[in-house]
Design a protein around this ligand. Structure first.
Ligand SMILES: Nc1ncnc2c1ncn2[C@@H]1O[C@H](COP(=O)(O)OP(=O)(O)OP(=O)(O)O)[C@@H](O)[C@H]1O
Ligand SMILES: [Mg+2]
Length: 294
């Protein structure tokens, strides 16, 4: 077991993820009210639950500006989007359209310049760093585009790092399921420098999935995988949504990967420009062509 104190604080905060919680059902409607105002209240509370209960995460008018003056880049330009609970959403868009920025801000890894993001009902802008870290640890898994593995730890230690930091014990049978699904059984004692790009990517995915967080944000989790490894990971994530009620938000450039999702959100220039339900690879490809990306 590695010593969590040897991990720099900033990495701990970034990598930390959490334990599985039963997906929180919307709290019940207020007691039935009668009469005109009662009905109006019933409707209002129903609406609140539709808005609050269904979305696992959402952004409202989210803007992110990097830099100042002439060098300023508007990475997010007023994004309003909801990610439904126990749904699998893909985010697509040309390089530089703000996909990673949106994911980082939604997961509380970066702060917005304006607007709000919510995980469940919690407005992340109201949390200080400590509370944000706890929320990430308990509810969020993140697969980084650049993997963010700790070079001095083995694959196995990297995968259980968030659980170790949280002082929890990994669920061994689930750990085994994840490891076998991503095909890392014979690489568990290797360090990242001894792994191929695709293997490092699988370690990053396993790390986000092994604690069964309520919501997983995955930034191009199959970008470096061959079609077989890619299909296995996508199938696994599909199952995590269908069988365990996890919510997955996945950035991808690949129409086939997107076809595993329930819905695709298309970004361009930091804005949501289109959406598609029940995507197929062909329809996604057509839409990408018509949007002029890639
Ligand atoms: N830390 C930063 N400082 C300055 N500009 C940044 C920073 N991070 C991102 N950007 C800029 O913000 C814009 C959006 O970047 P982002 O990484 O979100 O794009 P992306 O859609 O994920 O692209 P890709 O598909 O290439 O990963 C880009 O123009 C990028 O150059
Ligand atoms: Mg990116």
């Amino acid at each position: 077991m590695m010593n969590s104190l040897s991990i720099p604080k900033v990495l701990q905060a970034t990598l930390i993820s959490g334990q599985y919680h039963e997906s929180s059902a919307p709290s019940g409607r207020l007691p039935i009210q009668s009469g005109f105002w009662g009905e109006a209240m019933n409707e209002a509370t129903d609406l609140m639950h539709v808005q609050q209960g269904v979305a696992a995460a959402r952004a409202v008018d989210a803007a992110k500006i990097y830099g100042h003056g002439d060098a300023a880049v508007r990475a997010l330009d007023g994004i309003t989007v909801e990610f439904g609970s126990a749904k699998y959403t893909a985010i697509m868009g040309p390089s530089g359209s703000g996909k990673s920025t949106l994911l980082h801000c939604m997961a509380g890894l970066d702060r917005l310049s304006a607007g709000k993001v919510f995980i469940g009902d919690v407005d992340l802008s109201t949390l200080d760093e400590k509370k944000l870290t706890i929320l990430r640890r308990d509810k969020v898994g993140f697969v980084f585009q650049a993997y963010n593995l700790v070079p001095t730890l083995t694959a196995s230690e990297n995968i259980t790092l968030p659980i170790d930091i949280a002082g929890r014990k990994p669920d061994r049978s689930w750990f085994d399921t994840v490891i076998d699904t991503v095909g890392l059984r014979d690489r568990l004692t290797h360090r990242p420098s001894e792994l191929s790009g695709g293997q490092q990517q699988r370690v990053a995915a396993a790390r986000a999935l092994v604690s069964r967080p309520e919501i997983v944000f995955a930034d191009e989790p199959t970008g470096n995988l061959d079609s077989k490894a890619s299909a296995e990971l996508l199938e696994f994530m599909r199952k995590a949504v269908g069988e365990f009620g996890q919510t997955i938000v996945m950035v991808t450039h690949d129409p086939i990967a997107a076809s595993y999702a329930d819905r695709v959100v298309f970004l361009a220039d930091g804005r949501v420009v289109d959406e598609m339900d029940a995507p197929t690879a062909d329809r996604v490809l057509d839409r990408m062509k018509s949007l002029g990306g890639e």
